[in-house]
Design a protein around this ligand. Structure first.
Ligand SMILES: Cc1cc2nc3c(=O)[nH]c(=O)nc-3n(C[C@H](O)[C@H](O)[C@H](O)COP(=O)(O)OP(=O)(O)OC[C@H]3O[C@@H](n4cnc5c(N)ncnc54)[C@H](O)[C@@H]3O)c2cc1C
Length: 416
């Protein structure tokens, strides 16, 4: 193993790229351990995509890049975020409008009974759906086949087909079956979207919480500052939570993302009576309307601010939201992953750095683990891997980078 990347016992100068949850947690942990941390974000605010701000006109706390609900089974993560913010009780209950009717989501006994005009008990509903399911599909390859196998044509066409088409910009016949792993139905009246033990909303918003995480004497935050790879040599180590392809100046082309457009409107009163209303019909161009005051039910607001949400392919100047990760992208992603392993003194983290969809609790967990790994590597004189959570499996590595296979495997092993 080369001597590069080996650590000494002095306090180090560390750059953290991105002031989202990943960057903030890593910066805090390393600052508390005595290191000097510079955090860079190209945006004018901290908190990344979790950013919340008070709407000037209505006073409503708005989830600027789309709604965020904190939910987790991870007790340590829950305790961690509660150190920096009081979490208010919040249950995510989502409705959907289909063909002029409003239904409850996820599809549950109420939805099934309403949709088919029945009054089934759980066992009756289960038998009814089993009858509707397409038993002739034994080896589903596409999202559509998987859905038909699970729920049958009526529910698929009403609730899944149009919405999926709008969200991903392609037909469910082009998406892999793996997206729909489990039966998306509940045979009871439970309409809490998440099953996690802990769920809530930060009382003063995510940006306030993340500002507090970053509030440490050893942390300097530089907003509206894009970090370029050339600056790496100014620091002992870099944690990079920006886009993996962006770090390499899109050398192998751009990784595919979906982006969102939000059409803001205000309303005097209660616009839709809930925080999230999906629109499943393909004929409605937006996927959902979010009414932000319902994300803070403990606040009493008369006026309302809502977002109509449109999904489309991400262009060069758009905010990357959801990694697409289709099979075709794997080789391109593998080339970037292999390229990352050639770098020294940089670890790629977070949803953009590892090109994965990550919930906030997973983001915090991975950031805590990354910081701890760094501190123990430093104490033991060991190298720090480019990825603790690599974006691809070793078998997906491009054959164009055979030399890198060993180091990739090492990166993967490091994540175990
Ligand atoms: C629409 C939507 C809804 C979501 N809802 C939920 C939810 O309800 N619950 C949940 O748990 N999770 C949710 N998530 C996931 C959540 O947004 C992520 O877990 C979280 O944002 C990941 O944080 P991060 O720090 O890794 O990335 P980000 O928040 O994206 O932060 C990365 C930061 O890096 C900065 N940056 C990038 N490149 C550079 C550069 N070169 N120089 C300087 N700065 C740079 C960016 O400006 C950005 O601020 C949702 C995600 C989306 C897209």
């Amino acid at each position: 193993m080369s001597g590069k990347n080996r650590f000494t016992s002095r306090a180090e100068r560390i750059a953290v790229v991105g002031a989202g949850l990943s960057g903030a947690v890593i910066a805090r942990e390393l600052a508390e351990a005595g290191h000097e941390v510079d955090v860079f974000d190209m945006r004018a605010h901290v908190a990344g995509n979790c950013h919340t701000e008070r709407d000037r006109e209505t006073g409503v706390m708005v989830h600027v890049y789309g709604p965020h609900i904190f939910h987790t089974d991870d007790r340590e993560v829950w305790d961690y975020v509660n150190r920096f913010q009081t979490f208010m009780p919040y249950k995510n209950r989502v409705k959907t409008t289909v063909n002029g009717q409003v239904y409850s989501l996820p599809i549950n006994l109420h939805t099934i009974n309403q949709f088919f005009g029945k009054a089934f008990r759980p066992d009756e509903a289960r038998a009814f759906i089993a009858d509707l399911a397409d038993g002739s599909i034994s080896n589903p390859k596409t999202f559509e086949e998987q859905a038909l196998r699970f729920v049958g044509r009526e529910l698929y066409e009403a609730f899944l087909e149009g919405y999926t088409q709008k969200q991903w910009g392609c037909s469910p016949t082009e998406l892999p079956s793996s997206i729909l792993k489990r039966l998306p139905l509940r045979f009871n009246y439970e309409d809490n979207y998440f099953f996690h033990k802990y769920q809530g909303m930060p009382q003063h918003g995510y940006t306030d919480m993340i500002s507090r995480i970053l509030d440490h004497t050893n942390v300097a935050v530089h907003l509206e500052t894009r970090f370029l790879r050339g600056r790496q040599s100014d620091f002992d180590f870099v944690f990079y939570s920006g886009p993996l392809d962006g770090y390499f100046d899109y050398e192998f082309g751009r990784l595919g993302y979906r982006t969102l457009d939000f059409e803001r409107f205000t309303y005097e009163g209660d616009y839709q009576g809930c925080a999230v209303m999906n629109y499943a019909d393909a004929s409605v161009p937006y996927t959902r309307v979010t009414e932000h005051k319902h994300f803070s039910p403990w606040e009493d607001r008369t006026a309302s601010v809502c977002y109509r949400e449109f999904s489309r392919a991400c262009g060069e100047d758009d905010v990357p939201y959801y990694p697409i990760r289709l099979v075709d992208d794997t080789q391109q992603l593998a080339r970037y992953a292999a390229r990352a392993l050639e770098e020294h003194s940089v670890t790629f983290v977070g949803r953009l750095g590892t090109y994965r969809y990550l919930d906030m609790d997973v983001t915090v967990r991975e950031a805590l683990d990354t910081a701890r790994r760094y501190l123990s590597a430093r104490a033991g004189g060991d190298p720090m891997p480019a990825f603790l959570h690599p974006p691809v499996r070793p078998q997906d590595i491009s054959s164009e980078h055979p030399v890198r296979l060993d180091s990739m495997t090492e990166g993967l092993r490091a994540s175990l």
